[in-house]
Structure formats: structure tokens, C-alpha cells
Ligand binder design. Structure first.
Ligand SMILES: [Mn+2]
Length: 306
């Protein structure tokens, strides 16, 4: 039986590149595997796939009766809707441990590093499998994306060493320049509908029974939002009104100034003050030094909802 290797809903570059890289490794060690995805590739991910000559993995939403290797999360809200009817054979991740459970033993490769692809590189080393040049290229881009070219507080020396080794294999001489090229693609937000921008990198979290949705847009200069910020605010308000979320947040992250503007709509008007000790004004707050959703935004919120 062949397994599917799949990342989270609203896939980012780590989820797509990680599924491709891990499926290749699994096939090399005699475990048939196929990469798949739970949504459309972002412009950044498409740039990476094009750059190294890959097609996007198969779009597959239903996994009932299948064996599944989960990449880049361990949260029910981010997994396939029918994951309870599938067999989870493994998880490779670098986030907090979520609420996915299994009824059979599984392998887990979970490390507190900057990117799932860093853990997948450790898996290649463990199994002593050579990484093909093109796969090394997409893995290195995923790590540069997740670590914001090493600026994120989630970045570890393991991530930096991995990128250096992968750049060597991929024949990428200036990986920081490649990273900037990628973030410039990510910064092109003009001409995109507000809802598409809000949902581009959006994750739902179950915080002690409260559904909290957090989107993030990482750009090289926040001025790209000057003309659309009001539309984005209207859209997160609409998104909250449509569903059962306690809070919808959108982080506009400036990777050069190294901070994020928080746009928030919440049942609790004091949420930002409670979580980050920074009060919002008209639903906005500047969070200095905040680049990472998983390390700087989610944990204080979990504390508030505990
Ligand atoms: Mn990741």
C-alpha cells in the first residue's frame, strides 16, 4: 500500500516542498509514497516549484482508508477533514504538539527547529540517502521561507547548517539573494482580492474550545498595504461574522523592520493587551520584533485562553 505525504490545509512552501522531499525519501527506502496537497500553492510556493522544475503535488482532500504521513503540523483543524478515517503512519513537524491522535503506532520526527524541511534533511542523513539537486533546491527555499532568511526567532543553527549543505548540493551560490527574490514575490499583494490575501497563510487553532484564526502576510515593506489595509480589516470582520471564530487576526509582517502590525477582530476587546501587553487602537497594534506566529503570537494567546 502506498502512503500519501501531505502538509496542512492552506499549504505553505514548507508543506508542499516537504511533502515532495519526504515522498522521494520514502520511495528510496522502499516505502511507496506519493506527495499530495490540501490546497492551491501560494505565489511563493509556485515560484519555488517553477525555479526547480517541479509540478505541484496532486490535490487531494479526502484520505479515508488511506495511509497518511503528516507534514508541518499536528493539529486536527489543519489536517484533512476525514483524517479520523485514515491511518496516520507518521508526523514530521516543528510546531507545538497539537491534538491529532492515532489508534496505531506511528513514527514521529518532531524537533524545535525553524522548518519541517530541516527535520526532513535530518531524516535523509539518518537513512543515508542522497538528496537530488532539485529537491535540495526546494528544501532550502522552504527553510529560507519559514525562518525568514534566518531572521525569525524560530531559526536554529541546525536550520542554517542545513541551508548551507543544501545550497551546496543544489548549486545555489547566493542563497540569501534567492531568499530575497522569494520574499519579493511574496510582497506582490496588489490586484489580489482581500479574502485571498487574508486566507493566503491562514491557520485555525482550537484554544481551549475557542476557535482562533490567524493569518500572516510577510512582506519586505508594509507600505504595500497602505491602500488596502481598510479592505483587509473589513474582510477579517466579515470572516469572523461568517463563522464561529472567537477571534480573527491578521499579521502584516515587515521582514526588514522586523515587526508585525496586528489587525484584530475579537469577542474580547482586551485580547491584544492581555496576550502581548500592547493595546489595540481601532483594531490595530504594532508588535515590535514579532515575526513568528508559532513562537511569538500563538503561545501568549494560549496562555490567555488557558
Ligand atoms: Mn513549517
Amino acid at each position: 500500500m502506498s502512503m500519501y505525504v501531505v502538509g496542512h490545509k492552506i499549504p505553505d512552501s514548507d508543506s508542499i516542498c516537504g511533502a515532495i522531499a519526504l515522498a522521494y525519501l520514502k520511495n528510496q527506502i522502499g516505502e511507496p509514497a506519493k506527495a499530495s496537497r490540501l490546497g492551491e500553492p501560494s505565489p511563493e510556493t509556485q515560484f519555488i516549484l517553477d525555479r526547480f522544475g517541479f509540478e505541484a503535488p496532486e490535490l487531494k482532500m479526502s484520505y479515508a482508508g488511506e495511509e497518511v504521513y503528516i507534514v508541518d503540523h499536528s493539529e486536527l483543524t489543519q489536517a484533512p477533514d476525514d483524517i479520523a478515517e485514515a491511518t496516520i503512519v507518521g508526523i514530521v513537524d516543528h510546531h507545538k504538539l497539537g491534538d491529532l491522535t492515532t489508534s496505531t503506532p506511528l513514527e514521529c520526527w518532531i524537533r524545535p527547529v525553524g522548518c519541517s524541511n530541516t527535520v526532513i534533511k535530518m531524516m535523509y542523513d539518518f537513512y543515508n540517502v542522497d538528496i537530488p539537486k532539485d529537491i535540495a533546491g526546494i528544501m532550502l527555499c522552504a527553510i529560507l521561507s519559514d525562518t525568514v532568511i534566518f531572521k525569525s526567532p524560530t531559526c536554529t543553527t541546525a536550520d542554517i547548517r542545513c541551508v548551507e549543505a543544501l545550497a551546496e548540493i543544489a548549486g545555489v551560490e547566493d542563497f540569501k539573494a534567492l531568499g530575497m527574490e522569494m520574499f519579493k514575490v511574496k510582497s506582490a499583494v496588489g490586484g489580489t482580492a482581500p479574502r485571498d490575501l487574508v486566507m493566503r497563510d491562514f491557520k485555525d487553532f482550537n484554544m481551549n474550545g475557542n476557535l482562533v484564526g490567524i493569518g500572516q502576510l510577510e512582506v519586505v515593506d508594509l507600505s504595500v498595504f497602505d491602500n488596502i489595509k481598510a479592505d483587509l480589516e473589513a474582510d477579517i470582520a466579515a470572516l469572523k461574522a461568517e463563522g464561529n471564530r472567537h477571534t480573527v487576526m491578521l499579521l502584516l509582517t515587515d521582514i526588514m523592520k522586523e515587526g508585525s502590525e496586528l489587525l484584530i477582530v475579537s469577542d474580547d476587546a482586551e485580547l491584544s493587551k492581555k496576550a502581548y501587553d500592547i493595546a489595540t487602537e481601532n483594531g490595530r497594534a504594532w508588535l515590535p520584533g514579532v515575526l513568528s506566529r508559532k513562537k511569538q503570537v500563538v503561545p501568549p494567546l494560549q496562555g490567555v485562553f488557558a
